[in-house]
Design a protein around this ligand. Structure first.
Ligand SMILES: Cc1cc2nc3c(=O)[nH]c(=O)nc-3n(C[C@H](O)[C@H](O)[C@H](O)COP(=O)(O)OP(=O)(O)OC[C@H]3O[C@@H](n4cnc5c(N)ncnc54)[C@H](O)[C@@H]3O)c2cc1C
Length: 431
């Protein structure tokens, strides 16, 4: 079903671009066009990474965002959870949950640059929580499964995830291990044909609604980088306890759970790839997660700048628009420049990645800069809104809160710096 609609989508993106753009006059407003990530398709060859097909995919997704997601975002933010099964079904049917996954499992079979285009477009959702959960489903919990999982495992877990029939989550962090992934304590002990899981996970996005978890656990007592495995863990099994939904300052519409495992028995065939390779697989999986996160934050940054321009242009103080103060329009120009610099670094990383290169250094650099820039940008823009910026009625305050996670989640800034130092060979040896 998903394969069918995916093929239809792919065909539509190739043939109906003009019609799509005519249907979306809002996308053509000049203020939306300054960034190279704008939704409007430039001429063929006018973009370093995206073709007309990338833009058609973005335009198609934008319609779903405007109709099925954005009208409900405020309600979901207030309720502290969005209906993941409902939203994922819509996105799955349209092909957006498996853009770079194999077609035989329901994916679109496109390269990772298309996932990045989708991540950028998802940034038009007017909160961070919903796109983050979509990212977990499409590009954070599934890359290792798609790459290393057996055919049987992919049919059981990947196919329904891409179709949007089930909700996936990623279980890496624990109460005592976030930045230091190697020190996780959850165990998966082989007993007969099963693994018996004990321990717990923390900060699990979509953890309250998930049907399965891509779990990282210690499957032996060996060295910490070689004793871990990734396992597909169904969440409805006896012994899986969702202990609590964590109350957060931002990403309000995404549920974040603490989860315990007590003698949970999982068939050993649910192991992803080879036993003992889990740490390596997760580090690889992190690269896509980090590039996805950078792409996804570019659009809110662009939108916040555009909305700040609109607001400060009409808001008059001391008989002139706020925007006419040089400190305001110069700073906005500076920030827009930084967004474009970040975008260039991301596109370079993605272009190299799809050619099969190791982009750990560039992906880490982009993730580091994204976290720092979005904090600076939202703080500066919020200031120009005055008291209005301090209300919950405007995008800038929500992005200010939601994007604070960028410097913490998926590896904190300091972890990114350590990785970059490792590649620069400046990290002191632990001996
Ligand atoms: C809303 C939200 C959603 C999340 N979703 C998921 C999810 O779906 N799945 C999942 O597995 N995890 C998830 N996480 C967890 C996230 O990845 C971790 O919070 C993150 O890795 C940091 O780990 P920690 O919170 O344990 O912080 P700690 O590891 O305790 O680190 C605390 C601080 O120490 C500093 N630090 C770290 N390393 C160094 C260093 N080498 N040098 C100097 N200082 C350093 C940093 O400033 C860091 O912020 C989520 C977190 C949040 C808040």
């Amino acid at each position: 079903m998903a394969t069918c609609s995916s093929m239809l989508l792919a065909r539509r993106t190739r043939t109906n671009l003009g019609a799509l753009l005519r249907c979306s006059p809002r996308l053509l407003s000049p203020s939306r066009c300054w960034g190279s990530g704008a939704s409007v398709a430039p001429g063929d060859g006018d973009h370093v990474l995206y073709t007309q097909e990338h833009y058609a995919l973005k335009a198609s997704l934008r319609k779903i965002i405007d109709k099925e997601i954005n009208p409900f975002v405020d309600k979901w933010e207030e309720e502290g959870q969005f209906p993941a099964h409902q939203v994922f079904k819509t996105l799955g049917q349209a092909g957006f949950l498996g853009v770079n996954k194999q077609t035989e499992y329901g994916g679109l079979g496109l390269d990772f640059s298309y996932s990045i285009a989708v991540a950028e477009e998802l940034g038009n959702i007017r909160c961070g929580g919903v796109p983050m959960a979509i990212g977990v489903q499409a590009d954070m919990a599934t890359p290792a499964l798609a790459r290393f999982g057996s055919d049987e495992l992919k049919r059981e877990f990947l196919v329904p995830t891409i179709a949007g029939d089930v909700v996936a989550c990623l279980g890496v962090s624990e109460p005592g291990a976030g930045s230091d992934v190697a020190s996780i304590k959850t165990t998966a002990v082989r007993k007969g044909d099963d693994y018996v899981i004990n321990g717990g996970k923390m900060w699990i996005t979509s953890g309250c609604q998930a049907d399965w978890m891509c779990l990282l656990a210690n499957s032996s007592n060996g060295p910490p980088h070689q004793n871990k495995s990734l396992i597909c863990l169904p969440m409805k099994l006896p012994g899986v306890h969702v202990a609590k939904k964590i109350d957060k300052m931002g990403m309000r519409s995404s549920d974040t759970a603490q989860i315990f495992f007590e003698d949970v028995r999982v068939p050993s065939k649910y192991l992803i790839g080879e036993e003992g390779m889990g740490f390596t697989y997760q580090m690889l999986q992190f690269q896509e997660e980090r590039m996805w996160g950078v792409a996804n934050i570019l659009t809110p940054m662009e939108n916040v700048i555009n909305e700040t321009i609109d607001y400060t242009r009409q808001r008059k103080i001391f008989n002139q628009p706020v925007l006419h103060n040089q400190t305001v329009h110069f700073l906005l120009a500076e920030l827009a420049t930084d967004v474009e610099l970040l975008r260039s670094l991301l596109y370079q990383a993605v272009a190299l990645y799809i050619k099969g290169n190791d982009v750990t250094k560039f992906a880490s650099m982009a993730k580091l800069k994204a976290g720092r820039l979005v904090r600076e940008l939202t703080d500066s823009c919020l200031q120009f809104w005055g008291g209005m910026g301090f209300t919950n009625d405007v995008l800038v305050s929500r992005v200010y809160r939601d994007s604070r996670l960028m410097s913490i989640g998926a590896g904190a800034d300091e972890v990114m710096l350590s990785i970059i130092c490792k590649y620069m060979e400046t990290l002191p040896s632990k001996k």
